[in-house]
Design a protein around this ligand. Structure first.
Ligand SMILES: [Zn+2]
Length: 134
């Protein structure tokens, strides 16, 4: 039974969890639809013109479907929605073979870690190439 006191956030989490379960159970890959076969529920049509940046001999997707995945770092059960995939492949121009591997917070942490590693690396390079000032 749904209580009327449930918060919007709680409800959104429940809807997301249902979609994740459905993605787990059903077709979880954005493969081209076979003629006559129905797209999975919640599928979003792909725009081939926006996928032009992919230099691939493989087939480009006709649609995106929700994909369930486990975060590589923290192991949390996550959902990469069809809409997020469309954004990633068509707006952000992500490679067609790339997929979500980390949850949002682990992604942020990883980005920070990489930026920090890059900074330390560049500082090291600068020390090596700059002669001592004395
Ligand atoms: Zn995570």
């Amino acid at each position: 039974m749904d209580s009327p006191r449930k918060s919007g956030r709680q409800r959104r989490l429940e809807i997301r969890e249902r979609r994740r379960q459905r993605a787990l159970a059903g077709n979880t890959h954005s493969v081209p639809a076979e003629p006559g076969r129905h797209w999975p529920a919640g599928a979003v049509a792909a725009d081939p013109a926006e996928l032009d940046h992919n230099n691939t001999y493989g087939m480009l997707p006709l649609y995106y479907a929700d994909r369930a995945f486990i975060c590589r770092d923290c192991g949390s059960a996550e959902l990469w929605t069809a809409k997020q995939q469309k954004w990633w492949y068509e707006i952000a121009k992500g490679n067609i073979n790339s997929t979500a591997v980390r949850c949002r917070s682990c992604r942020t942490r990883e980005r920070t870690r990489q930026a920090e590693a890059r900074r330390i690396h560049l500082e090291g390079l600068a020390r090596k190439t700059t002669p001592p000032t004395e």
